[in-house]
Ligand binder design. Structure first.
Ligand SMILES: [Zn+2]
Length: 254
């Protein structure tokens, strides 16, 4: 384990750890106790560190059986995280993997003198034309394209979900956010969505939309909030679980 990670453990108030079986080894699970209602498991890149946030009053025995029940999921996540390229910076060159709405595509870059164009073509995402000479210019095009694709999909999903929720005059924006998938300004009836949602399946985007719409009625994450969310999206837990699977993948720089 690197120094940087050791520091992070200290900062997060890690109180204990478990060992779980993995192939011939046993891998450590770092445990953080928090004032939360539900237990959350994560596998973080780049070294596939397994981390669990658990409610303060959950017993060690219950926590252990929860973790053991998740071993197949943990193994899958470890494999995904360790199979990612170690490079910290993407180059946006042909051959790199690009996720769009939960599907993996291969990036194809064609530098030419024609007008810029970007589109999906089968399992490829093609970026071609002028102005793709530098890494930064390719990244800017990638982010602009993600933003347009996400706005297009969100326009449809927000309208549909707002109708289900009987919420009127809701507007939204897409932003680059570090730690959250979305946020809701109930007074202005305005929702901000994380640009990184362009990478996750549409079902997960729907969950985030319903979650933020539920905040128009209930500002916090209380029992009332959960009741409201369940009313809007009965299977929201499945969608959140699927979204958590994507969190384990490195997020784009944007
Ligand atoms: Zn929330």
């Amino acid at each position: 384990m690197t120094n940087r990670n050791a520091k992070k453990d200290e900062a997060s108030g890690m109180t204990s750890s478990f060992l779980i079986p993995y192939s011939a080894f046993r891998i450590p699970v770092w445990v953080e106790r928090k004032k939360i209602k539900h237990t959350h498991l994560s596998v973080f890149p780049p070294d596939a560190r397994v981390h669990v946030s658990a409610p303060i009053d959950l017993s060690d025995a219950d926590l252990r059986s929860f973790i053991v029940s998740k071993v197949p999921w943990i193994r899958r996540q470890i494999e995904i995280v360790l199979s990612q390229p170690r490079q910290s910076r993407r180059e946006y060159e042909s051959g790199e993997n690009v996720y769009l709405f939960g599907k993996r595509y291969r990036l194809v870059v064609r530098k030419s003198d024609t007008a810029f164009d970007m589109r999906t073509e089968g399992r490829n995402i093609v970026m071609e034309g002028r102005g793709l000479e530098t890494r930064d210019s390719r990244e800017a095009q990638m982010i602009a394209w993600y933003r347009e694709e996400l706005k297009r999909v969100l326009t449809r999903i927000v309208a549909k979900c707002a109708e289900v929720a009987k919420e009127k005059d809701v507007t939204f924006e897409v932003r680059r956010m570090r730690n959250r998938w979305g946020s809701c300004n109930a007074r202005r009836r305005r929702i901000a969505f994380n640009l990184a949602l362009a990478r996750v399946p549409v079902r997960c985007i729907e969950y985030v939309v319903f979650h933020e719409l539920a905040h128009l009625a209930v500002p916090n994450h209380s029992v009332l909030f959960e009741r409201r969310l369940r009313q809007l999206m009965p299977r929201w837990r499945d969608a959140r679980k699927e979204l958590n699977d994507f969190i384990a993948l490195p997020l784009p720089n944007g």
